[in-house]
Ligand binder design. Sequence first.
Ligand code: FAD
Length: 474
Amino acid sequence: MTEQVPPAGTPDLAPQQGTSSGVAARAAAAGRQPAATATTRTAGGSGPSGRGVSSRGTVSPRVDTVADVIVVGAGPAGSSVGFHLATAGLDVLVLEKTSFPREKVCGDGLTPRAVKALAAMGVPFTGEGWQRHRGLRIIGGGGRIELDWPDLSSYPGYGLVRARTDFDQLLARHAEKAGARVLEGVNVDGPVLDDRNGRIVGVSTKDGQQYRAPLVVAADGNSSRLSVAMGLHKRDDRPMGVAVRTYYTSPRHDDEYLEAWLDLWDGSSLLPGYGWIFGMGDGTSNVGLGLLNTSSGFGDIDYRVMLRKWLATMPPEWGFQEENRTQPIRGAALPMGFNRTPHYTRGLLLAGDAGGMVNPFNGEGIAYALESGELAARVITQALARPTAAARERVLQTYPRQLKDAYGGYYTLGRVFVELIGKPSFMQFATKHGVKRPAIMRFTMKLLGNLTETRGGDAVDRLINAVSKMTPAA
Ligand SMILES: Cc1cc2nc3c(=O)[nH]c(=O)nc-3n(C[C@H](O)[C@H](O)[C@H](O)COP(=O)(O)OP(=O)(O)OC[C@H]3O[C@@H](n4cnc5c(N)ncnc54)[C@H](O)[C@@H]3O)c2cc1C
């Protein structure tokens, strides 16, 4: 959607962060009253008046539709951006099309990398609903090995499992507590563009509302309709995964290890991917499998059938039978290795799955959504503190560069890895000879989990870091 936008009052006015006078100044610059309330959760049914109807059916105070930054999507990426921007004193509006709690198809596994990002946000992650685990159990090629997460100063030595139904809600509430305005039931259907320069200056919603801000973050997941509307399409030279999952009541619900099975067969071909069993700690296990698009039969595989076949090989006492299934089998795509670029264009930054940031080595996306959300927030905070449009733009342009510095070389290696394991003979060789060798598996765990000391570390850390740095980021 393109719309003529009245010239902004003072385009070079930088926000004065963290002060109520800053909020007032920004509001005045935008020609509006400062927000009457900081948070209005549910905007379902809000019309052009900007009035929202709360989940209790009562009319809430007027929703302020202008902000310093708009974030589209309140998954882990969006809540991370919202949290970090609000903490920096900016007025951030997070628009989420669903209402919490809501389902999100996921394995629910949080590696030490994700735990570190949660700790950086001060998210409380002990107590009910959090299942702690100490490592990974890998089964394949006739071998079985248990590996504890590496003992590093850079990352905690444990991971967590938490159902996305309330994990995402908890993150959104955490961002709200920090001062972000999170509106649920707001379905964004396109950008509002400045006709003079094509920059995004806000978003429109399905119910005819408009929200405005000089910067917008697309954190709307794999499909990222907002990015597409801004001309940013998926790259087909990047790997893509597809995964399905469901839940079963199982005695294995409190397993101390995440379990990964490498034996996924299509006839006589070993497929590039793995099946997982993650104990939820609530009487159920999250069970699923994911495959990469580098296998020849990728498009023809019936994932539900494959999941059932794989589970039929499990000991019956684990309970993975139809009568114990508590949820439907659902699937979704995993966009990997920067499959949508550039990550910044004309006032729009991409975070998390919207920017294709799932790790191609292991299919993990939550940590990268949280981290890229923080990075986007840091860049925006610095940009908005600059006095001129040109200076702000210079800072914003560093976002794709900083992402490449952080993950580019590693993701390039990941692309080589997924090509290799897409060859059944290689996958078979690696599984057969790797799983039985602890030293190889400890190396593999650090490489696949992107878990090395950021500085120093042991020989394995230094090797992985050096190769990632030397590999060109693309
Ligand atoms: C089967 C499966 C298993 C997985 N298992 C794991 C795992 O165990 N561990 C792990 O780390 N990763 C896992 N992943 C990947 C992980 O789920 C994603 O990488 C992660 O959710 C990305 O977070 P995000 O915030 O970028 O996007 P999302 O979590 O997709 O959030 C996007 C948000 O934007 C909202 N939205 C979308 N469109 C609009 C719109 N138009 N207007 C307003 N809001 C909108 C959505 O409702 C959603 O809340 C798995 C993925 C799949 C498919």
